[in-house]
Write a protein that binds this ligand. Structure first.
Ligand code: FAD
Length: 137
């Protein structure tokens, strides 16, 4: 099964509580068992997530995540076969809304306000690869 990378964006559904630490703990355990790697951005308003792994497992994981009521307006940005992982050491790295991360937004966007819907797949992936990851394991 080919190595695949998927990127999606969504809005946080404010009607549902979201505890990043708790969610990541269970996501990391599931991802490790499935040999999924990747990274998640959450700034209190939006999620951006990259999933990497075998195509069937990435697809199953994305469909499970897409059913999760903690999202609204989930949008698949890209899903491609790739030659290597960008986050091989992260079962799910986490980006918080830190000042240094905010400053990186301008590098990949037309403004320093994050608006994933106005960013190309390459810019979103570039942003995710440059941000400062926090280990939640
Ligand atoms: P169950 O555990 O039976 O849960 C059923 C439903 O209950 C879920 O769909 C969800 O809507 C809701 N739910 C579950 N836990 C909570 C909670 N603590 N608070 C509020 N509602 C809850 N899973 C992965 O395996 N890998 C990932 O990389 C991953 N990334 C995620 C990123 C985001 C932004 C979010 C919101 C979720 C992510 N999840 C991830 C979790 C995933 O969406 C599922 O909730 C999880 O995999 C459990 O699925 P399940 O079918 O066993 O559902």
């Amino acid at each position: 099964m080919y190595l695949t990378r998927l990127l999606y964006v969504s809005d946080y559904n404010r009607d549902k509580p979201f505890d990043a630490g708790q969610m990541l703990k269970s996501a990391i355990a599931k991802n490790r068992a499935n040999q999924i790697t990747g990274a998640l951005w959450f700034d209190g308003r939006q999620f951006i997530q990259v999933l990497e792994g075998a195509r069937d497992v990435v697809s199953e994981t994305y469909h499970r995540i897409a059913q999760d009521e903690r999202h609204n307006n989930i949008e698949l940005v890209c899903c491609n076969s790739v030659t290597e992982r960008f986050f091989p050491q992260w079962s799910m790295g986490y980006f918080g809304d830190t000042l240094s991360n905010q400053q990186m937004i301008l590098r990949y966007s037309t403004s320093d306000k994050l608006n994933p819907n106005e960013m190309s797949p390459d810019s979103l992936l570039g942003l995710m690869m440059t941000l400062e990851l926090k280990n939640m394991e």
